[in-house]
Design a protein around this ligand. Structure first.
Ligand SMILES: Cc1cc2nc3c(=O)[nH]c(=O)nc-3n(C[C@H](O)[C@H](O)[C@H](O)COP(=O)(O)OP(=O)(O)OC[C@H]3O[C@@H](n4cnc5c(N)ncnc54)[C@H](O)[C@@H]3O)c2cc1C
Length: 377
């Protein structure tokens, strides 16, 4: 039996596995994909996310594969534009998820975690009133249990463990979808992430290494509404119709196929249940407009690891661990969750967008502070 089974080797799972393995726990990570793998993301780590990584790892080799991000440019209707810099000595970075995630998981394995790639977790094993491991698919189509004293679900926003245990659900609203694609030949790239907020949608743009530009368009799409058509056409039409971006993308060329993901929002009812802890997007996700998902995922992995270590040391009962994790997550994240919720409702309401544009024009310093707070500086 392992001390800890981690489902998912993305940032949250790899961070938890790294900490636990370094502390001497017997950890096994089951990861559905084989790394390096692509993951739809804006590909930016904010300063807060880099700070979490730097608590555990020498980030210099990672940063060698990245470009610096010094702040954010936000544009809105009516030509409003605010540029905020994180501050002296503070920077985030742009890096593809295939590089970031493989680097982190490699370090977890180097610390002693047993990493099994290409293995999907199908559900939770249950005994004596608590989660006691995970169920894995067998070649004959059946399922086999793999036991762990504690299980960490870090298997992303559609977490098999959280959904199958009834801890997560897709809410009726908001129903927003993200479509992401890389481009070359984009004009006016700077060392800032960009958020172009429009009536009814927003477009995230980030300059990433090798001259590529990451574009993510986020659109609402109600249940039962007609399909929004081919994703490449949707991205193309939003870019060509956009007053700020159309000139900059006039000579741009798409690289690879677009990736579509949605509906994005997932609500969770708890931070786990007896024997099971949730980390990263598996613990809840709304949408990526604040660009801090990776910071929350990495720190969520840290928190899940700390609570697990308390269980392994006999200081906390496995049955109470999820309650303690919920308490620590609330202490660490509640203010940021409130801030993110407020910002999201502002930009999804037509009046909110116009009001914010008026405010940004009148008092740009307010938005510069918002950018620093969103960046977890
Ligand atoms: C369009 C978009 C843009 C974004 N842009 C940014 C950004 O610029 N900056 C930022 O900080 N955040 C951004 N985010 C948020 C960020 O991508 C997530 O918060 C982050 O990936 C969460 O990490 P995670 O480890 O929890 O989950 P994931 O990164 O999703 O990793 C989960 C892992 O679990 C594996 N897995 C899934 N199911 C199973 C299973 N059943 N068994 C085994 N393994 C499984 C998956 O293969 C995956 O490797 C963005 C999100 C979206 C959707």
């Amino acid at each position: 039996m392992d001390d800890v089974v981690v489902s998912g080797g993305g940032p949250a799972g790899a961070m938890a596995a790294l900490i636990l393995a370094r502390a001497g726990a017997k950890v096994r990570v089951f990861e559905r994909a084989r790394f390096p793998r692509h993951k739809l993301c804006g590909d930016t780590l904010n300063p807060g996310a880099l700070a979490v990584l730097a608590r555990h790892l020498d980030c210099a080799p990672l940063l060698a594969h990245s470009d610096p991000i010094h702040g954010m440019l936000i544009t809105g209707p009516g030509g409003v534009s605010v540029r905020g810099i994180y501050g002296p000595g503070l920077a985030g970075c742009a890096i593809t998820r295939s590089v970031l995630d493989a680097w982190l998981l490699h370090h977890a394995a180097g610390a002693g975690a047993q990493v099994e790639e290409g293995v999907s977790v199908k559900g939770a094993a249950w005994s004596e009133g608590r989660v006691s491991g995970v169920l894995l698919g067998r070649r004959d189509g059946g399922e086999a249990a793999h036991s762990g004293r504690m299980v960490i679900a870090a298997d992303g926003r559609r977490s098999t463990l959280a959904f199958s245990r009834g801890l997560a659900r897709q809410p009726a609203r908001p129903r927003r979808w993200a479509i992401g694609q890389y481009f070359t030949g984009v004009e006016g790239r700077e060392t800032v992430g960009e958020m172009h907020v429009r009536q009814g949608h927003y477009i995230g743009v980030a300059p990433i290494p090798a001259g590529l530009t990451n574009v993510c368009v986020v659109v609402p799409h109600a249940a039962g509404a007609t399909a929004f058509g081919p994703p490449a056409e949707l991205i193309g039409s939003r870019l060509t119709a956009d007053p700020v971006l159309r000139h900059r993308f006039a000579a741009a060329r798409a690289q690879g196929d677009p990736v579509v993901l949605g509906p994005m929002a997932v609500d969770t009812a708890a931070a786990g249940e007896p024997g099971l802890l949730l980390a990263g997007d598996a613990a809840g996700f709304i949408d990526p407009m604040t660009g801090d998902g990776l910071r929350l995922a990495l720190q969520g992995g840290e928190l899940a690891a700390a609570v697990t270590l308390a269980v392994l040391a006999g200081e906390l009962s496995p049955a109470a661990a999820h309650v303690e994790l919920a308490r620590r997550r609330h202490a660490a994240f509640a203010a940021k969750w409130r801030f993110n919720r407020t910002l999201r409702s502002l930009v999804t309401s037509p009046h909110g967008v116009v009001g914010a544009a008026v405010l940004a024009r009148a008092v740009p310093s307010v938005f510069a502070s918002v950018i620093r707070y969103a960046g977890d500086c």
